[in-house]
Design a protein around this ligand. Structure first.
Ligand SMILES: NC(=O)c1ccc[n+]([C@@H]2O[C@H](COP(=O)([O-])OP(=O)(O)OC[C@H]3O[C@@H](n4cnc5c(N)ncnc54)[C@H](OP(=O)(O)O)[C@@H]3O)[C@@H](O)[C@H]2O)c1
Length: 271
């Protein structure tokens, strides 16, 4: 049995679907109820309270773990006691490129590496689904606002992360590996807005925000160091953050999906 935390999110929902469709027994974990495929057990639990996750872990072989809460050790100790042998952590590319800003996921990585379990770490670049932040403005005014409109980054489709996670959860060959996951090529915010317009069949106007405007908006839902780190990645990405990674192709035997694919599948959210 495989336990998937974050099971109702962009990555987790798809991961649960793939595992269940492949015949795995799955326990889906999130804090609030959510729709899961038939035959999948749902467990309400909060990673910030490791004891609340413990009942989901009983009898499981593998755990897909999100970075959430402050006590990765508490979660991993309970996983080991429950008999789990393998853990796959969804972390961030920033741990490799800007460790001082990404100290929180870095702590989760350190705990996973020391856990004594078979571990694999997936370091994701920015997700295509971050464009859901534009859903309301595109629905209502066909506009999309972002800073650094012409700076490209190889954002990654959450469905590719899910497919890689499913492969890695089932294949012991990835034990002890850290995979960096990106999309196929850098794409700018202006190009992402245009791709959503193409998926809708109507143009979407891109509005370039100043750094200060973007910072003020991001501070409403992110802590300040993370806002600064995110703005630095979006505005002045390091060569390692611009470079598409070969890992999706190596693991899945096909190229990562382009942003246009995500936009086409997600178009209903923008209509
Ligand atoms: N967005 C990016 O660009 C990016 C880049 C690199 C890495 N990541 C990582 O990827 C992860 C998944 O992204 P996503 O887009 O799939 O996230 P998402 O759509 O926001 O979904 C998060 C999922 O986790 C659950 N969850 C959140 N906090 C939880 C907690 N304390 N305990 C238990 N469940 C919890 C949510 O359900 P409930 O709210 O009901 O609990 C939901 O199922 C992120 O958490 C982040 O660490 C994201």
């Amino acid at each position: 049995m495989i336990v998937v935390t974050g099971a109702t999110g962009n990555v987790g929902r798809e991961l649960v679907r793939i595992l269940a469709a492949g015949g795995e027994r799955v326990t889906a974990v999130s804090r609030r109820p959510g729709l899961v495929p038939e035959g999948v057990r749902h467990h309400l639990g909060d990673l910030a309270d490791p004891q609340s996750i413990a009942p989901a872990l009983e009898g499981a072989d593998a755990l897909f773990l999100l970075v959430a809460g402050e006590d990765p050790q508490g979660i991993l100790d309970r996983a080991a006691s429950a008999g789990i042998r393998r853990v796959v952590l969804l972390s961030s590319q920033g741990v490799g490129t800007r460790r001082e800003v990404y100290a929180h996921p870095a702590r989760f990585e350190d705990a996973v590496r020391r856990s004594g379990l078979e571990w694999t770490i997936l370091r994701s670049g920015g997700l295509d689904s971050n464009a859901y932040a534009w859903a309301e403005s595109i629905r209502t005014t066909r506009t999309a606002a972002a800073p650094f409109g012409d700076v490209g980054l190889p954002t990654v489709d959450p469905a590719d992360i899910a497919e890689v996670a499913a492969a890695v959860l089932r294949d012991p060959g990835h034990a002890g590996r850290t995979h960096e996951l990106t999309g196929p090529a850098p794409i700018t915010p202006r190009e992402r807005a245009a791709a959503i317009g193409a998926a809708l069949g109507e143009p979407v106007r891109f509005v370039e925000q100043t750094r200060e405007e973007a910072r003020a908006r991001m501070l409403t839902f992110m802590p300040e160091p993370v806002v600064e780190g995110t703005l630095a990645i979006l505005g002045e990405p390091l060569p390692a953050e611009r470079e598409p990674s070969p890992a999706v192709r190596e693991i899945l035997g096909r190229a990562p999906r382009p942003f246009a694919d995500w936009a086409a599948r997600s178009a209903p959210a923008f209509r």
